[in-house]
Design a protein around this ligand. Structure first.
Ligand SMILES: [Zn+2]
Ligand SMILES: [Zn+2]
Length: 403
């Protein structure tokens, strides 16, 4: 073992390895672009990624927790020590192929893992590349990171990094947790003109729920990024029949996990109150989809520092970590289990919409591939730095435990 670790020297090994493997990484990005597969069906991508990692000395475990296109690839350092991971996504979208750019996520993760593996022979620990299918929520492996997190997969991983393509550089963006609630109201049909007194109107209860839920906004905590969106997909069959069945569906989101739980209960209470008022029954089903992102500043600063070192025009991490979160991701569930740092690379021109053909096409441009290569370096450098500087992981753990 080396005692005084030359971290800069190790980072150079990572950068050189990514440059050396650029052709392999571009090939992965292109192969996935040309063979877009929906979530849970990413067999070609799965074979490609596990094949490349296996060829580069990784021990590959195919299929995790019954998810056939999930994988774990590991590479051990010189001695036992902490495990650090980079996550790969590789599912595409219907109609727009890799319109979310997951082909670049996969290429960068493989690149980061292979490059880091070149630098860990003198370090204690292990590098993992984890294949997490169906991020977009399609098929039986939908939200695979939630399944892995719930099974405790990340509990003995000390730090996790990844990147996502888009049109801006940033490290440490927040994400909204999301719960779904469905309310099914049951009343009694009756002739709407001849015998309205014999009816119990389920649609009235649904309407009241819809309005009451929206009134909650007035009391919402302003710093918790609360979003409530909903529909009434069922509200009766004919206008001359008092509806005996109506359904409300709501999505509730917030960047604060605990507050989100409280708001879900309040939304459910609106339905209970409305049902009581209208004299109908209600059945409420709550389903947690994704957790919010738990920020870990020591991890964010480390990954950000490496992007900076590479000269990426990445905006200040303080700006990213306080920016308003726009979306939800299963990476949030990983962040609730262990310290993480996520990043965004500008693979596309500013203003390119997410989930679009334009974003997919941008992954094959020089800008897109250059951004992927730079991202692979930053992720790989971070994996190595976390193992070479155990104090960062200690600090990250302390931060995690105290927030
Ligand atoms: Zn997406
Ligand atoms: Zn995505």
């Amino acid at each position: 073992m080396i005692t005084l670790t030359d971290v800069d020297g190790l980072k150079k090994i990572v950068r050189d390895a990514v440059d050396e493997k650029r052709v392999v990484l571009e090939d992965i990005a292109m192969f996935l672009y040309e063979n877009p597969e929906l979530g849970s069906e990413e067999y070609k991508a799965f074979e490609k990624l596990t094949g490349v990692l296996g060829d580069h000395g990784f021990e590959v475990e195919k299929g995790i927790y019954g998810m056939p296109t999930a994988f774990k690839a590991s590479f051990k350092g010189g001695a036992e020590g902490p495990r650090v991971a980079v996550l790969a996504e590789y599912d595409a979208l219907p109609g727009v192929g890799h319109g979310c750019g997951h082909n670049l996520i996969a290429a960068s993760a493989v690149g980061a893992g292979i490059a880091a593996s070149r630098a860990v022979s003198g370090l204690a620990g292990e590098v993992l590349v984890v294949g997490t299918p169906a991020e977009e929520g399609h098929g039986p492996s939908a939200g695979s990171k939630v399944v892995m997190a719930d099974h405790g997969f990340f509990d003995d991983v000390a730090g996790v990094v990844m990147l996502h393509p888009g049109s801006r550089w940033g490290v440490g963006g927040q994400a909204l947790g999301i719960h779904q609630i469905e309310m099914v109201f049951k009343g009694q049909t009756s002739h709407a003109a001849a015998s309205p007194e014999k009816g119990r109107n389920a649609l009235n209860a649904a309407t009241l729920t819809y309005m009451a839920t929206h009134m909650l906004r007035q009391e919402a905590r302003r710093d918790a990024n609360l979003v409530i969106h909903g529909i009434i997909p069922e509200g009766g069959l004919a206008s001359n029949i008092i509806p005996d069945r109506a359904v409300c569906q709501f999505g509730v989101r917030s960047s604060d996990e605990k507050y989100l739980g409280e708001m879900v209960e309040k939304v459910a209470r609106c339905a209970e109150g409305a049902a009581h008022a209208m004299g109908v029954e209600v059945e409420i089903t709550k389903r947690k989809l994704y957790s919010s992102k738990k920020l870990n500043i020591p991890m964010v600063k480390t990954l950000w520092g490496n992007y900076k070192e590479l000269g990426a025009p990445v905006r200040d991490w303080r700006e990213s970590t306080t920016a308003m979160p726009m979306a939800s991701t299963d990476f949030g569930d990983v962040s609730q289990r262990t310290p993480v740092a996520g990043s965004n690379i500008a693979s596309a021109l500013e203003g390119t919409p997410g989930h679009s053909v334009q974003l997919a096409e941008a992954t094959m441009t020089k800008q897109g591939l250059d951004a992927m290569v730079l991202g692979a370096k930053a992720l790989g450098m971070t994996l190595v730095e976390l193992l070479a500087r155990p104090e960062i992981l200690r600090e990250a753990k302390e931060y995690f435990d105290s927030h």
